[in-house]
Design a protein around this ligand. Sequence first.
Ligand SMILES: Cc1cc2nc3c(=O)[nH]c(=O)nc-3n(C[C@H](O)[C@H](O)[C@H](O)COP(=O)(O)O)c2cc1C
Length: 311
Amino acid sequence: MTQSPSSTMLGDLRVPVVGAPMFLVSGPELVIAQGRAGILGTFPSLNARTTEEFAEWCDRISQSLPEGTPWGVNLIAAPTNARLGADLEICMAKKVPVVITSFHAPPEIAQKVIGYGGIHLHDVATLRHAKKALASGCSGLILVCAGAGGHGGTLSPMAFADEVRRIHDGPMLIGGGISTGAGVLAARAAGADAAYIGTGFIAAEESMASPDYRQMLIEAGSADITYTPLFSGVAANYLSQSIIRSGLDLATMPTGPKRAQDQAKPEGVRTWVDVLGAGQGAGAVERIETTETIVARLAAEYQAALTRLVS
Ligand SMILES: Cc1cc2nc3c(=O)[nH]c(=O)nc-3n(C[C@H](O)[C@H](O)[C@H](O)COP(=O)(O)O)c2cc1C
């Protein structure tokens, strides 16, 4: 397989992990801690309240990390995101090393990001979207598979990674339910350059999650995750306990990829604030820890799993 600049960059990580962007959870402290711990941290630009604040966060991250440490930003490429153009301008001005787009993959973004020497990854949940993203010229793909926190997909990573590898030999990440080093190795075995981990960092000391959110996650396992389109319009994974605490009945949660016309979002329930996102990897999150401790454990578990397999 050809070595693209981004697979080489991912190869320099302490353990092949990208810290996934999480709305209201990942900010500069987490990204800096992830970079210092030896993985690639990312955050959604919309976690900063304004484009000006987003620009300040970019400066803070690049000034806090040793030169050459990769990090990234997530841009929501949807018509509802009025800040897309302005935040993209900041990415260009600050030469953000990695830009991850969600929803659409407009060719202009790929052109601009790759144009300044950045890497543009797009997240996809189906082969059709993977083909569209590759046609838009992005550098690589993030396969958001079953069990992923937030807007997770429904495909098995084993099946999906294989299908994508048949058409794409560049950078590829797998996300969804990976919270251990053995899971990271499994993603590598399935053909990915790195694992994309969100849920495993929600309880990190440096995350923006509330104490209550961290505690609920620590108490949850894979069976305590509900996949429903009710709250954001498209299906996403949430902590079941946060749905119950919002006064709703799990038994009445709609399923399916999109919220139907006759299903209204429950009034007064704030998505991502009252109803909290998390994926099936929740079971591996046992305590609040520093990002360094989490990454050190992932690296040790990765090596142990590799040694076990080789022997
Ligand atoms: C609380 C939460 C918020 C998220 N917000 C975003 C987001 O703003 N943009 C995005 O592209 N993905 C978002 N995601 C998805 C993650 O980037 C990633 O795909 C997912 O966390 C990987 O699966 P895992 O949680 O099982 O590790 C979110 C996930 C969680 C858990």
